[in-house]
Structures are given as structure tokens and as C-alpha cells.
Design a protein around this ligand. Sequence first.
Ligand SMILES: Cc1cc2nc3c(=O)[nH]c(=O)nc-3n(C[C@H](O)[C@H](O)[C@H](O)COP(=O)(O)O)c2cc1C
Length: 148
Amino acid sequence: MNVLVAYASKRGSTAEIAEAIAETLRQSGVSADCIEAGKVGTVSSYDAVVLGSAVYIKRWQGDAKHFLRKHDKELAQRPFWVFSSGPVGDPSSDADPSWLEPPKIIEEVTRLGAREHVVFGGRLPVDPRGPMGLLHVSCGVTPVRVRD
Ligand SMILES: Cc1cc2nc3c(=O)[nH]c(=O)nc-3n(C[C@H](O)[C@H](O)[C@H](O)COP(=O)(O)O)c2cc1C
């Protein structure tokens, strides 16, 4: 079995999650490629796909949204899973789930038959850029870990 793990990441933490997923698959004997969503030409040679994106202000990254549109028919024909990465701190304290996963994306991947969609914790930027980045960091929250 050959699995594609495609991801869209702005500052690297989603890329690390994607690579951890691919490495875990490899360790269980499954062949897995981990590739930036914007650099994937075709998914037709893969038996299954995992697609993940960082969430910024309730939105997936453009490359992940574009990937969904571009490969929708192929995704509907094979097993695929989706993850969003973003929340920092205690996820249970976030009352509005639309901050964790963009609802329209979830509707779309559900329509295409995604097996599961999950949310992984994000990481605060080391060098916050712009007022929104600084605001985010100044909330002083602890990153949620992907493992354990
Ligand atoms: C300006 C800004 C807006 C963000 N908006 C969200 C959000 O809407 N939902 C969320 O879960 N995380 C949000 N985050 C947290 C990021 O998704 C988190 O830092 C994530 O790890 C970034 O992934 P990346 O390193 O792959 O770019 C935001 C972060 C920043 C700096």
C-alpha cells in the first residue's frame, strides 16, 4: 500500500505533524510519501491519502483548499483522512468548534467520503509577525501536543 500525506503549513508545525504521520505509517510497514499539498501533481498512484492544513483565522491554507478542489474525484474514489492543526492551550475550553476546523471544509470532505477528520494541537510562532501574531502569542497558552 502506498499512502500520500499532503499538507499545507505556513510556519512548519503542520509539516512536522504530517511527517510524523508518514513516519508512523512507514514504521508499520506502509509506504508513505509526505509532500506539500501545492507540490502534488497527481494522487492517482496512491492507494490512500491524508490531507492536513494549518488553520489561520478559521481558514485552511489556500494550497490545501486547492488540493481538495483539484483532486476531488480521485479522493472520492479512495480512502482518505483529513486533519486540521492549530489550537493551542486546552481544546475543551474552545466553545466555538469553527475555530478548530473550517465547517465548509468539513462539509466538503464529508461529502467526498473522508473516513475521519481530526484536529491536532498547533504551536505558537517563535517569531510572531504582525499584530495578530503578537496577539495570539500574548494569550500565553501552552501548545497542545500531537502525541500522548
Ligand atoms: C494570526 C493567527 C491566527 C490563527 N488562527 C487560528 C484559528 O483560527 N484556529 C486555530 O485553531 N489556530 C489558529 N492559529 C494557530 C495556528 O494554526 C498554529 O500556530 C499552527 O500551529 C500553525 O501551523 P503552521 O506552523 O503549520 O503554520 C492562529 C495563529 C496565528 C498566528
